[in-house]
Design a protein around this ligand. Structure first.
Ligand code: GLU
Length: 418
């Protein structure tokens, strides 16, 4: 597959390398290396101004041997079908590795969410839901939040589906990451950040490091970055630098994360925060730290900046933050990486609990959700770490090999069809 998308080329590269190591034949390689379905949907909802908004939307179902496609909705100004294809592919491996009965999917809405009012965003989300209705459902594709979307948007999707049926509930789970009040699950919004920290704790154990001595640098202060920083603080680790899309802030004594969250809520970004010194946002990858967490966009650790990284290990909170070339340099420099499909899988794991809860009309407590999340993240970390040690692989290679093997196994278990 030819592409200009760095996210898709990273996903393809990681898959091809794994397919080679696993000696997959070309038939199965093609079958699971290509998306099953790539859809572009153009919507033109009427905005409060009376004008039509023309918005391009995308849905990709990459693979579903293990279950219906699962993955978030990315809303950014420049998201495109190839990025969504790469992210959907990554979801196939993520759901497989974390062991939930889903395949991989993703959707995209090509719009900068900061340019619209909450009312306009709701209209666009509802337009997307109607336009995509044939492609969304508990047995087809179940969306969730991703960059640029949040639980309010998931609430509108849920309402749009049930409203069309003339009921207040849906038959099964159509979307995860909803507010708890309308069928969401407690702990979902913290799940990705918590999962990042559980895997980082497991890595500290392996490297014989005390979490309370760790200095952390984080790129991104959205849902994943902010929760990760707050969770690290609970274990005594200090977040000494954070960058977002507008700038960066550093404090060698540790940033006050609560205060920073309040600042970001009112000011919209980390810029101007009194509890630290401003830094250029690109310098986040040059900070002398113990744990580096890219928790923003894709393709951020590149050949340009990888040599300047000074950290003991990297925990990939974002999807596809490291280009394949930079990944090789990290391996040469012996900087371990907890790969995205493991590190940030806490979100989709708790989405699975939400799906189960809604399907069974059950209610789970926060203690149950967090207990299951912690156990699963640590188990999978162990599995990946063990294979990496045994076969002298990087953690990314080991994670990919485990994930791809499970999908292959499911394809063969199903037999000839589909
Ligand atoms: N967007 C998140 C991810 O990339 C969550 C997906 C989900 O919960 O379905 O993993």
């Amino acid at each position: 597959m030819q592409t200009n998308s760095s996210i898709l080329s990273t996903a393809l590269h990681n898959f091809e390398q794994s397919a080679k190591r696993l000696k997959l034949d070309s038939g199965i390689r093609q079958k699971i290396g290509q998306p099953k379905e790539r859809i572009e949907i153009n919507i033109s909802p009427v905005m409060p101004s009376g004008k039509l908004a023309h918005v391009r939307c995308f849905i990709v179902r990459h693979h579903d041997a293990l279950g219906p496609a699962k993955g978030g909705i990315r809303m950014t100004a420049d998201v495109n079908l190839d990025d969504i294809t790469g992210l959907a592919m990554e979801m196939t491996w993520k759901t497989s590795l974390i062991g939930v009965p889903f395949g991989g999917g993703k959707s995209g809405i090509q719009l900068d969410p900061s340019t619209v009012t909450p009312q306009e965003k709701e209209i666009i989300i509802r337009g997307f839901t109607r336009g995509a209705s044939r492609h969304i459902g508990p047995e087809i594709y179940i969306p969730a939040p991703d960059m640029g979307t949040n639980e309010n948007d998931m609430a509108h999707i849920r309402d749009c589906v049930s409203y069309s049926e003339g009921t207040s509930i849906t038959k099964g789970c159509y979307v995860t990451g909803k507010p708890v009040i309308i069928g969401g699950i407690v702990g979902r919004s913290q799940a990705t950040g918590k999962g990042v920290v559980y895997t980082a704790l497991a890595m500290c154990n392996k490297l014989d490091l005390d979490i309370a001595d760790m200095k952390v640098a984080i790129q991104g202060f959205g849902n994943v970055g902010a929760i990760t920083a707050a969770e690290f603080a609970k274990y005594g680790a200090k977040t000494i630098a954070i960058a977002d899309i507008t700038g960066g802030i550093a404090n060698p004594k540790g940033l006050d994360i609560d205060a920073l969250q309040k600042h970001v809520k009112t000011k919209g970004s980390v810029n101007g925060f009194a509890g630290g010194q401003p830094i250029e946002k690109e310098k986040i990858f040059e900070i002398d730290c113990d744990i580096l967490v890219p928790a923003a966009a894709g393709s951020q650790i590149t050949l340009e900046n990888v040599k300047k990284i000074k950290t003991r290990f990297i925990a990939e909170g974002a999807n596809a933050p490291t280009t394949p070339e930079a990944d090789c340099v990290l391996a040469e420099r012996k900087i371990p990486v907890i790969p995205d499909i493991l590190c940030n899988a806490g979100g989709v794991f708790v989405s699975y609990l939400e799906y189960t809860q809604e399907t069974q009309r059950e209610q789970m407590t926060l203690a149950e959700v967090e207990g299951r999340l912690e156990t699963r993240m640590k188990q999978r970390f162990e599995d990946v770490h063990k294979l990496a040690e045994q076969k002298k692989l990087t953690m990314r290679q080991a994670a990919m090999d485990l994930a791809v093997s499970r999908v292959v196994e499911a394809v063969f278990a199903r037999g000839l069809y589909p």
